[in-house]
Design a protein around this ligand. Sequence first.
Ligand SMILES: Cc1cc2nc3c(=O)[nH]c(=O)nc-3n(C[C@H](O)[C@H](O)[C@H](O)COP(=O)(O)OP(=O)(O)OC[C@H]3O[C@@H](n4cnc5c(N)ncnc54)[C@H](O)[C@@H]3O)c2cc1C
Length: 400
Amino acid sequence: MDQNIEKFDVVIIGASLSGNYLAFLLSNFNLKIAVIEEHQEIGLPFQCAGIISKKLTQLIDLPKDIILNQVKKAKIFSPSGIYIRLSGEEQPYVIDRVALDKLFYQRVKSNNKIQYYLEEKFISFKYITEKHKKSVLIETNKRKLKSKMLVGCDGPLSSVSKLMGIKNKLIYATQIRIKANFDQNEAVMWFDPKWKELFGWIVPEGNKIYRIGLGSSKNVAKNFQIFLKKLDVVFDDKLDQQGGIIPYGYMNKSAFDNILLLGDAAGQVKATTGGGVVMLLTAAKYAAFCIKNCFKNNRFSKRYIEKLYEEPCKATIGKQLKVHFLIRTFFETFTDADYDMLFQIVKANKIEEIVSLYGDMDFPREMVIKLLKNSMFIKFIIRIWRKNPLILIKILKIFI
Ligand SMILES: Cc1cc2nc3c(=O)[nH]c(=O)nc-3n(C[C@H](O)[C@H](O)[C@H](O)COP(=O)(O)OP(=O)(O)OC[C@H]3O[C@@H](n4cnc5c(N)ncnc54)[C@H](O)[C@@H]3O)c2cc1C
């Protein structure tokens, strides 16, 4: 074996939230870990609207200064401008995403078992077998590393998942931060069939600054201009601009011999909102448990990683991600008139109350079950179904 090859127990690709949080969770296990990040500074470029449910503080110990604002209510607009108003217990946080990415890096960077390689790009890997034991030989643009485990935390365009034959469907998003006079306590979503896979958003950051963005699989820049015009916002007044890519679907295959995928790389993102933070933090806990046991029991097979990581993820966040995808699959068939009809039904039949009471940004199953007990809602679903009989096949594909 080449003397210049550096040896680690775990190599993590990507030092954004998934990679840093996993390194933090593994930091007490006495493992030698390398984290490879192609950018120079952790957290940058910043690519997030930063709106995250209150589960965030149940999942991690969050310093107060990372929370910039808390949203008390939400308005959801149909394409023609009919809106429903939601208020309730949800009240998500608006966070400083750069600070959140840096938080776990700062907690582990002085740990002499964890080595960060910044401004370094993962290129490829191959399996090697020595004395009947399989491990992974990893190549970056600067070095070679040998490791028992490789973890792909390298985001929506993950090279690790591509090498495992997985390709995410992608949505493109753009966002500006701007000073304006909207409501500081209110998040806003605009639906439109033109940008059918996601929506336009206004997220109040605090101090009269708003994050206004839009996600769509095509013509994002053009659709964003239409959206800003609708809001009477001038693009050139922006403080700064962000862009980014969001995986679209529900959880991918994420366990392989000596390898696992986490976060956007594994498609652990809600198809309704593009939000991934709560999902990846939940999955990271299973990933850390799995990796710890792989080393304890000297077992690194695909089956073992499936059992300890992929299956628990699928049984928890995976189930919910399927419901998000189901909701989005319905929305994708909507015309302007369908949106208007749905919003009118919601307003006239106390469905706003159901959504306010049972709506959960991350775990929508309970709300969907309640909605399916409402006769007007069922009639609407049957109408959509009749217009698009193929939707049944799409839904069966999600759940079978
Ligand atoms: C515009 C936008 C708005 C969003 N808003 C929200 C929101 O409001 N709430 C929410 O919960 N989620 C939101 N999300 C989703 C959320 O940002 C992601 O789910 C989350 O960032 C995923 O984290 P990650 O660590 O898995 O991947 P990423 O954050 O994508 O990080 C991947 C890291 O890997 C590095 N990398 C990639 N390839 C390589 C390579 N070959 N070598 C070395 N390093 C590499 C990248 O530089 C990056 O640092 C939004 C996403 C976008 C794009």
